[in-house]
Design a protein around this ligand. Structure first.
Ligand SMILES: CC(C)(COP(=O)(O)OP(=O)(O)OC[C@H]1O[C@@H](n2cnc3c(N)ncnc32)[C@H](O)[C@@H]1OP(=O)(O)O)[C@@H](O)C(=O)NCCC(=O)NCCS
Length: 345
């Protein structure tokens, strides 16, 4: 059975920087830089231009990862695309990325499978676990795992929506999972879900219990109206915070226990970037030193499926993440769903 290792990482963020002050001055939201930084650690985030889809952000991120891995797009055997803000409701963003990467061009098109993953903040880890399993089974040699979001397209950027809209930003991060005979790679993954909290963090658009989605005012002209609460993400912030801390600590302990390692054996931790305070709380509870924690939430906000692969791509770029390191990734999000993965780089 081959090992599955991460042969390349890449990322891309749109150019437009939106600071906390911009939320106030450009969008008229009643907020302050101090409130957002103090509660979340976020100072700024990126917003993509209108018309941009997550598959667009994923193209340059994938090209960077392919280059770092020494591969061409045609070498990919499968695309796993994790997103909660897909290009459209269906089909999934994976097929758009396949097309935009040029896999279908030329004399020998690559009709590789493309699958979307709807696990929000833990989507990348669900994708990594799937990719590793595909590679270890011998079914694929190189699997592209994408986490990409265009949150800015569906945020209530008014004072009414400030609790949620001040958190999120747009980005794409990718990792290529490849087969190797070397003694390295994904050592284990631990995933979980608790559907009792499905509505504590959700976006109800296309909610079947709310049909008709657009109530038509029969007999009159006009398209009818949609209630704003089904269009924007809804979040019970304190419930999310409490469950995130518990599940992240539990996942870390489970990974260490099952692999027979100490926390001190782990060189780097890539935690999902939902809230700096959540991650500090987890790190303090577990006794993880600040020097081992990767973070980019202060610059990018919460980029959901893209947080962990962008952390990895940045850490490779800066040299912080090196061959031979033991890396633990941990995520928690809507569903609730969560997970951890342990990788020998
Ligand atoms: C979102 C979060 C920072 C909010 O912090 P909180 O202390 O729970 O804040 P509350 O929602 O209770 O709101 C407190 C007050 O601040 C206000 N407020 C909310 N957002 C604000 C903003 N951006 N600027 C200023 N005031 C704001 C609220 O309106 C409320 O005012 P009120 O008391 O007059 O009603 C916090 O709950 C959190 O981080 N939760 C986890 C979220 C998360 O990780 N989400 C991603 C999931 S993967």
């Amino acid at each position: 059975m081959p090992n599955a290792y991460i042969s390349g990482t890449g990322m891309y963020v749109p150019d437009e920087v939106v600071t906390n002050d911009d939320l106030r001055t450009k969008y008229g939201i009643d907020t302050t830089h101090e409130w957002v930084v103090q509660r979340t650690g976020i100072a700024e985030r990126r917003f993509a231009p209108d018309g941009t889809a997550p598959s667009d952000l994923a193209v340059p991120a994938t090209k960077q990862a392919l280059e770092r891995a020494g591969l061409k797009a045609h070498d990919l055997d499968m695309i796993l695309f994790a997103t909660l803000s897909p290009d459209m409701h269906f089909p999934g963003s994976g097929v758009f990325l396949q097309r935009k990467l040029g896999l279908l061009d030329g004399d020998s098109p690559r009709f590789v499978p493309a699958m979307d993953i709807r696990n929000q903040c833990s989507g990348f880890l669900y994708g990594l676990a799937t990719a590793a399993s595909m590679v270890q089974s011998g079914g694929c040699k190189h699997v592209l795992v994408v986490g990409a979001e265009c949150h800015s397209a569906a945020l209530d950027l008014t004072t009414r929506g400030r609790t949620v809209s001040s958190l999120f930003g747009d980005a794409a991060g990718v990792a290529i999972v490849s087969a190797t005979d070397e003694d390295r790679g994904v050592r284990g993954w631990w995933l979980g879900a608790d559907g009792r909290h499905a509505e504590a963090l959700c976006m109800r658009i296309w909610d079947m219990s709310k049909r008709p989605f657009v109530p038509l005012d029969h007999g009159k002209e006009g398209p009818g109206t949609i209630q704003p609460e089904i269009l924007w993400p809804y979040m019970e912030g304190k419930v999310v915070f409490k469950n995130a801390v518990e599940r992240m600590c539990q996942s870390i302990m489970q990974a260490c226990w099952e692999k027979g390692i100490e926390l001190g054996d782990v060189d780097l931790f890539a935690f999902h970037q939902a809230n700096m305070r959540i991650n500090q709380y987890v790190a303090n509870t577990m006794g993880i030193p600040e020097s081992k924690l990767l973070h980019n939430i202060e610059r990018l906000g919460n980029t959901t499926a893209a947080t962990i692969p962008t952390l990895l791509a940045e850490a490779e770029e800066t040299g912080k993440l090196k061959r031979g390191m033991k890396v633990m990734m941990v995520a928690f999000g809507a569903g609730f769903t969560w997970g951890a993965a342990l990788v020998d780089w």
